[in-house]
Design a protein around this ligand. Structure first.
Ligand code: GCB
Length: 618
């Protein structure tokens, strides 16, 4: 048998074409922290085609020329100029009625011009989120592929970029049992490049990442880690300087083999919901040890860095300092006991899908505060990076989560690698945010051996990257033994549980029994409880889908929580109704109606006020 028949045409007779695109992974190992850097946006109108058969990648559209070597025109199956235009960023499903349910491949393309400003400058291409598998091409070359719908990724395109450039992006939004999010979710997975995309210029030796926080053991010490890189990918040596002018800090950090760290004595005002104090922090790296100030430790000038060559890199951020700890079954923020008064929220928006903006985020926080809350569970995937930044400013505490949800493929090595990569990308993106206090490694996964191994490895990974925060997961209750019981507890700082007594299980009396039977040695967060109510649907408090039934469930739940000593916080499911393609009855009509506010994000249901009263009462 011939390996390859003589009349083989790679573009249409080869189904193994994808491997070529998976050789270069745009993953967490190459992620650069872009906070505080000047960016050049590639948002705006792009040409777009719904590419049902993945023809862009099968036929290699990105490398095809209109004319052959003899200058004769070829019959190409695509034409960037006449493709329709689409807004980037956007969830493509809400851009056109015919794309409302579309979950296939989409091909985007646009041109951009580039001229280097400084000798030796590097150019980084950055995506904040594209769902799900994204393959990037520039000027006829494959840049690489990223997996994961809600975490950032970047690529250094310096060696390929020219004066006039064409960037093409193929986004595969298909659900699959092996992916995360997986095939079956209780929300709609919007597709496309739905978060910002931009360019960043870097000097030839630069700060790849930095992590600044209060020492978990000593609130008078700030810890700073710096990671640097040379343009050829080798690690660099030199001096970094961290400055926090308001605290009178300007400290030199030795960087060897691309890494430096410092313990800095400081008397910072501690960040908390009532006083979300942020400090301007500046970090400079000078890889040339002979530079004018480098190595001298002299920080007395207004700017302790060398201007003498292009190897100087400076980044900045606004950072809050606080500690978060657990003792027994209590949570302590800055050594003060705190009850986490919160609610869950999806990104889903009736006009924009998973695309968001500052106004929407600030309004969400206003709604939370109106409910007397200061804590949000950002379910079930990493939300837009602006969320944690605004939460820092607004004094809101956050639980951030990766989409290891329900029946993830726990026995599959590729799925684990994907989960670990998404977790790493999320933590690297947000670990300088004071608002984020909990990394959640998943939601409602039955306690099997495969899941135990998968999730315990993830919990350890989260701790290894960031030991200054709590690790949790939303676990299931043992419904047979009526007990909070999950082997994963051993690896969690805080046990999250989802329970729907009064709704999926109408026997509400089981909840007090479970809480009484259980003796968790750790704080328990009720990560979810709730009931569906169609806005305006009234009836008796025993009638499903009514506002009255929802209100009753909330009254029963909150009364029960008051009596339980180890509950350290609650996040009912959920702030707003959201689109959900599994929900078809006449009250749902494609939406999950457990919101305390309608999908219009304005109209409150009576249960909203039950939560407001509960949170206002202590
Ligand atoms: C859950 C899930 C959440 C669902 C919710 C529901 O336990 O974690 O994603 O949307 O229940 O409404 O059933």
């Amino acid at each position: 048998m011939k390996e390859k028949p003589e009349n083989f045409t790679a573009g249409i007779h080869n189904d193994d074409y994808e491997n070529e695109y998976l050789q270069t992974r745009l993953d967490a190992s190459i992620l650069v922290n872009t906070a505080g850097r000047k960016t050049e946006s590639l948002n705006g109108k792009w040409s777009f085609a719904a590419d049902l058969y993945d023809t862009c990648r099968r036929q290699g559209w990105f490398r095809q020329e209109r004319l052959n070597a003899e200058g004769r025109e070829l019959p190409l199956d695509f034409d960037w100029e006449s493709h329709e235009r689409i807004t980037v960023p956007s969830s493509w499903n809400l851009q056109k009625p015919e794309l409302y349910y579309f979950e296939g491949f989409g091909v985007y393309s646009r041109t951009f011009r580039y001229a280097p400003r400084v000798k030796g400058e590097r150019l980084l291409l950055r995506f904040e989120g594209a769902a799900y598998r994204t393959t990037v091409f520039l000027n006829g070359k494959i840049i690489g592929t990223h997996d994961g719908a809600s975490t950032p990724f970047n690529a250094d395109i310096t060696d390929i970029v020219k004066e006039d450039n064409r960037i093409t992006v193929s986004v595969d939004a298909r659900r699959s049992p092996l992916r995360l999010p997986m095939e079956n979710t209780d929300w709609f997975n919007y597709g496309g490049i739905y978060r910002d995309i931009y360019l960043v210029r870097l000097p030839s030796a630069y700060i790849k990442d930095w992590f600044v926080r209060l020492s978990p053991d000593d609130a008078s010490v700030i810890l700073a880690d710096v990671y640097t890189l040379n343009s050829d990918g080798s690690s660099s040596n030199g001096k970094a300087f961290i400055e926090i002018p308001e605290l009178g800090i300007c400290q030199e950090i030795d960087v060897k083999n691309g890494k430096g760290d410092a313990r800095i004595s400081a008397n910072a005002q501690l960040w908390n919901p009532k006083n979300p104090k942020l400090y301007d922090v500046k970090l400079t790296f000078n890889c040339d040890a002979s530079g004018s100030n480098a190595g001298s430790g002299d920080c007395s000038g207004s700017d302790c860095r060398s201007e003498s060559n292009h190897y100087v890199d400076t980044v900045s951020d606004r950072i809050g300092f606080r500690t978060i700890k657990v003792k027994g079954h209590e949570i302590f923020l800055n050594d003060k006991k705190i009850f986490l008064k919160g609610i869950c929220v999806h990104e889903d928006h009736f006009k924009l899908g998973k695309t968001t903006n500052e106004e929407i985020i600030r309004r969400t926080i206003r709604d939370l505060k109106e409910m007397n809350g200061y804590y949000l569970r950002l379910a079930h995937y990493p939300h837009d990076p602006r969320f944690a930044r605004i939460a820092d400013e607004e004094g809101v505490l956050l639980w951030e989560e990766i989409p290891v949800y329900w029946a993830a493929a726990f026995s599959n090595d590729g799925t684990y690698a994907d989960a670990e990569n998404q977790l790493t990308e999320l933590i690297l993106r947000d670990r300088n945010r004071a608002s984020v206090i909990i990394w959640s490694i998943g939601n409602e996964n039955p306690d099997t051996d495969a899941r135990f191994s998968f999730m315990s490895r993830l919990a350890q990974k989260a701790k290894a990257i960031d030991s200054s925060r709590l690790v949790s997961a939303a676990c299931l209750i043992n419904h047979h033994k009526l007990l909070i019981e999950d082997r994963l507890e051993k690896f969690l700082d805080v046990i999250g549980i989802n329970e729907y007594f009064g709704w999926y299980d109408p026997d509400f009396e089981k909840l007090p029994k479970i809480l009484e039977n259980s003796k968790p040695g750790k704080p328990v967060l009720i990560c979810e409880f709730g009931a569906d109510a169609r806005l305006g649907q009234r009836g008796t408090e025993d009638e499903l889908w009514t506002e009255d039934k929802q209100k009753k469930v909330y009254e029963q739940q909150t009364e029960t929580f008051k009596k339980c000593p180890y509950i350290a916080g609650t996040t009912p499911w959920i702030l707003y109704d959201f689109r959900c393609p599994r929900r078809f009855n006449s009250y749902q009509e494609g939406f999950n109606r457990k919101g305390l506010i309608d999908a219009d994000r304005v109209t409150r249901k009576p249960a909203f006020f039950v939560m407001r009263e509960y949170y206002g009462s202590f």
